[in-house]
Ligand binder design. Structure first.
Ligand SMILES: [Cu+2]
Length: 537
């Protein structure tokens, strides 16, 4: 089924907003009751003793007794609605963690409207604020990525009223986390539907792929955006995407490596990397499984290895049958090659891979069967990059398949949202507390500098300095369509002092492209602090 078909059937099925809310809430309540019965019957009653497991004041997402052993399998909250006051509820199909810790969600316009709906969630208090677009524009199906100034660049999207679905737009818009407002940027030179956006080491934004405004042509021409001049620059023909990488499946999975190259990790069998200095592509390696449709990717800590897990060998709707296999390519090798790492227990497509505060990776959501929304996998799995093994976590309640999102919150939890099917929309979010939040007291960051300069030393004060074994910068999550475009976990070198830690900022934008990061310290029990935002540049 195509995107436009889904949108049409979805929209028509949902007309009265109130019906939609009631239906979604009813299905959620039913799911919660079922899970509570299962949890009660199978596992008995979990104890609610830890401070982390208590609801924050005003929180809409209450803790759930879902995990038999939270210290080993983590714990989920009961799903809460994504409905800001006086606003249509939305599916959390696009998510971005802002540098004040709140999460921006946006989706397509409600059936009666012309402006994409958007909201900002304070995931700690549960408060929601309507930040819908002030102008008529559909930014669903767009690319998104943070710029060096912390503003979110949103590129392309869905062309309203297009004769053919999958038609892209030229528009680019910017969301300012400080003023909570949208503004128009200069239009792109090429219309794009399902493009990818990735920040380059120097802070310009690379834009690639996506369907044109006829819906018939996959864009091979790339362009870059300079946020300081508000100008798009078309790259020369040498930068055109390799022919084997142009598919129905857009949102190519890109990541900046310490070499300064931009690696195209998935979905293709043949992997390439792009050199932004010379505007040329070069072939890297062929993976083992083959084409991985809607498989997410993640740059692992150490910044030399890229993990791709799951996906389907069948391109395009109905999205084939997913695989549980996963592969890693290591760029510290003289000839980088894809090798199988441990397989997940569950085959998945359309899941998210989320880098956690301790450098492990959570595979959350996704579906196991043929079809964008079929055979949902409710059980997340945690990947250990050191051992290459996956561990089953506590099951979540709501299916999170196509159009689902997963992001790491500054408090170390994982927010999971989005997904729907042709009969109903899923307008809830739920939050996962990983096992590391049940391993004892958390180290506390007392103060951090507001800004870090590349290669310079800086000081973090903490009463827990003596117990700290790891410090890292984590790029805030920006995700849609089962992938996070700029996700990275940048370990820092540091020395322990009395009540403080002196660390060295990343050497350059090759390691951490400029912008806001979440700084975390982790103690010898593997427990992370609540993270603090710093601007790196
Ligand atoms: Cu989509």
């Amino acid at each position: 089924m195509t995107e436009s078909t889904q949108r049409h059937s979805t929209d028509s099925a949902l007309s009265p907003e109130i019906t939609l809310r009631v239906r979604s809430l009813a299905s959620t309540i039913a799911a919660v009751l079922a899970l509570l019965l299962i949890a009660g019957g199978l596992y008995g009653r979990g104890k609610q003793t830890s401070a982390e497991r208590q609801p924050e004041p005003g929180s809409l997402a209450k803790p759930l007794v879902s995990a038999p052993v939270p210290g080993k399998m983590g714990e989920w909250t009961v799903p809460a609605m994504l409905c800001a006051p006086d606003q249509a509820c939305l599916v959390g199909g696009n998510a971005a963690v802002l540098h004040n810790g709140n999460v921006l969600f946006y989706y397509y316009p409600p059936p009666s409207g012309t402006n994409s709906i958007a909201l900002v969630l304070d995931a700690v208090s549960g408060q929601l604020k309507d930040v819908s677009l002030p102008f008529a524009m559909d930014i669903f199906c767009s690319g998104l990525s943070f710029m060096p100034n912390g503003q979110l660049l949103v590129t392309g999207g869905n062309l309203p009223g297009a004769a053919i679905g999958h038609s892209g737009t030229f528009n680019a818009v910017i969301f300012d986390p400080v003023t909570l407002s949208w503004s128009s940027a200069q239009n792109m030179n090429y219309a794009r539907w399902y493009p990818s956006t990735v920040e380059l080491p120097g802070g310009t934004m690379l834009e690639l792929s996506g369907n044109d405004n006829t819906g018939m042509v996959r864009q091979k021409v790339m362009e870059t955006y300079n946020y300081q001049t508000n100008a798009w620059t078309v790259l020369p023909p040498s930068a055109d995407m390799p022919p084997t990488t142009l598919h129905w499946s857009a949102y190519p999975r890109m990541v900046v490596l310490p070499s300064g190259m931009v690696f195209l990790a998935a979905p293709d069998t043949m992997s390439y990397e792009f050199n932004p200095s010379t505007n040329t592509w070069s072939y890297v390696a062929e993976n083992n499984f083959g084409f991985r449709f809607y498989a997410p990717h993640v740059l692992l800590p150490g910044l030399q290895r890229v993990l791709v897990a799951g996906g389907s060998a069948v391109e395009g709707p109905p999205q084939g049958v997913s695989t549980n296999t996963a592969e890693v390519i290591d760029f510290s090798a003289s000839s980088p090659a894809w090798n199988y790492t441990g397989s997940m227990t569950y085959a998945r497509i359309n899941h998210n891979l989320v880098l956690l505060a301790d450098g492990t990776v959570l595979a959350v959501g996704g579906g196991g069967g043929s079809g964008a929304y079929l055979s949902p996998v409710l059980t997340p799995e945690l990947y250990n990059p050191t051992t290459g093994t996956w561990t089953l976590m506590a099951p979540q309640i709501v299916p999170r398949t196509y159009h689902s999102t997963g992001v790491l919150l500054p408090d170390g939890r994982v927010l999971s949202a989005g997904s729907n099917d042709t009969g109903s929309m899923e307008e809830t979010y739920e939050i996962f507390s990983p096992p590391y939040l049940f391993q004892g007291p958390r180290p506390v960051i007392s103060s951090v500098p507001a800004a870090l300069s590349y290669g310079a030393n800086f000081t973090v004060t903490t009463p827990d300095a003596a117990s700290i074994v790891r410090m890292a910068l984590i790029k805030p999550g920006v995700t849609t369509h089962a992938d996070a475009f700029d996700q990275r976990y940048v370990d820092l070198t540091f020395t322990i002092g009395s009540g403080q830690i002196t660390a060295t900022a990343p050497a350059s934008g090759n390691y951490a492209p400029p912008g806001y990061y979440m700084l975390v310290i982790v103690n010898s029990s593997g427990v992370p602090s609540v993270m603090r935002f710093v601007q790196v540049g």
